[in-house]
Design a protein around this ligand. Structure first.
Ligand SMILES: Cc1cc2nc3c(=O)[nH]c(=O)nc-3n(C[C@H](O)[C@H](O)[C@H](O)COP(=O)(O)OP(=O)(O)OC[C@H]3O[C@@H](n4cnc5c(N)ncnc54)[C@H](O)[C@@H]3O)c2cc1C
Length: 288
């Protein structure tokens, strides 16, 4: 969607194919990080984006052993937005679509599933797609496969996947919000366990981190055991404060150090920037 918007803004005719009828896929994330907000700023889109409903997470707090600790303080990031914008992914994609559709060269085809590539003398010149109205061929100078982790087009092009691995799995769940619940997103840490709670207004979107491949053990123990684990983790708030690790205590004694985790989480190792003048903000062409 971002590339479709940028190409359309640069005057290129672009067709984006999306196999679903909308972008409403839960759960694909809620956090738009300071580095992304910075890119939106460089593209001239930040002001419009922040007019959409969002929450600002200015820091990350965790509850551990009866105490609360501020782990990262985004307000200490120089030259960046000092917060994470909490926006469900589908809202972000709807925003990009609305911006892109201001340009006459942009077309989004929903319920259009890319099936295979069209090749001519060893060069990709288009693709075949399935739509509710029947088969569709799109011919193009450039075909970009941005169809996610199980990309059809990547496989069709014979490109190899490099698996970088991940040490954890995450269980995502909705928990009803009750009167008297605390405000704002946060996290709870127990011995070898972590639960993130994202405040979605009327409910909590929760992420429970487990060891890679640990789902089989969760399944065999059953849902009641999982509920018990979560309740126990939430109740750790009543334990003694001495369980706080020294790294978190350090962040409490020297708040300036909270800039380091904020940079790691909010900006990352190699933040993207807008370098090409072709991507610079442009006026929306007058209509009519
Ligand atoms: C559980 C979870 C939580 C996350 N949380 C965050 C977060 O808080 N913040 C953050 O920044 N990132 C988060 N991420 C990462 C983020 O979701 C991904 O980095 C991002 O979605 C990748 O974008 P993409 O365009 O490469 O792929 P995708 O988002 O997967 O987009 C691919 C699109 O192509 C469509 N598609 C697939 N096959 C076809 C086909 N054959 N034809 C047509 N369309 C097709 C799909 O429907 C989809 O809309 C999270 C990811 C997960 C899984």
């Amino acid at each position: 969607m971002v590339l479709g918007l940028l190409l359309a803004r640069a005057g290129v005719d672009v067709v984006v194919l999306e196999k679903h009828a909308d972008f409403l896929r839960d759960f694909r994330g809620d956090t738009v990080h300071p580095s992304t907000l910075q890119v939106l700023q460089e593209l001239g889109l930040l002001q419009a984006f922040l007019q959409r409903p969002h929450d600002k997470a200015r820091d990350i707090r965790v509850h551990i052993g009866g105490a609360e600790a501020v782990v990262a303080d985004f307000g200490r990031l120089k030259g960046h937005c000092g917060f994470i914008a909490m926006v469900p992914q589908w809202e972000f994609l709807d925003f990009l679509r609305d911006e892109a559709e201001l340009y006459p060269g942009f077309r989004l085809l929903l319920q259009a599933q890319a099936l295979s590539l069209i090749e001519d003398q060893g060069r990709v010149t288009g693709l075949r797609a399935g739509t509710p109205q029947g088969a569709l061929e799109v011919h193009a100078d450039l075909v970009i496969g941005a169809d996610g982790r199980r990309s059809t087009l990547r496989e069709a092009a014979g490109l190899q996947v490099r698996d970088l691995g991940a040490p954890i799995d995450v269980l995502w769940m909705r928990v009803p919000r009750l009167a008297g619940d605390p405000q704002g997103s946060g996290g709870r840490i127990g011995t070898g366990r972590f639960l993130a709670t994202i405040d979605r207004g009327s409910y909590w979107q929760c992420a429970y981190v487990i060891h890679k491949g640990g789902i089989e053990s969760v399944r065999s123990r059953g849902i009641e055991a999982l509920r018990g684990d979560l309740v126990e983790l939430m109740l750790l708030a009543s334990r003694e404060a001495s369980a706080m690790p020294w790294q978190l205590k350090l962040l409490g004694w020297f708040p300036a150090l909270r800039a380091l985790p904020a940079y790691a989480v909010g900006v990352g190792v190699r933040p993207e920037h807008v370098r090409s003048p072709l991507a610079a903000p442009r006026r929306v062409p007058a209509t009519g």
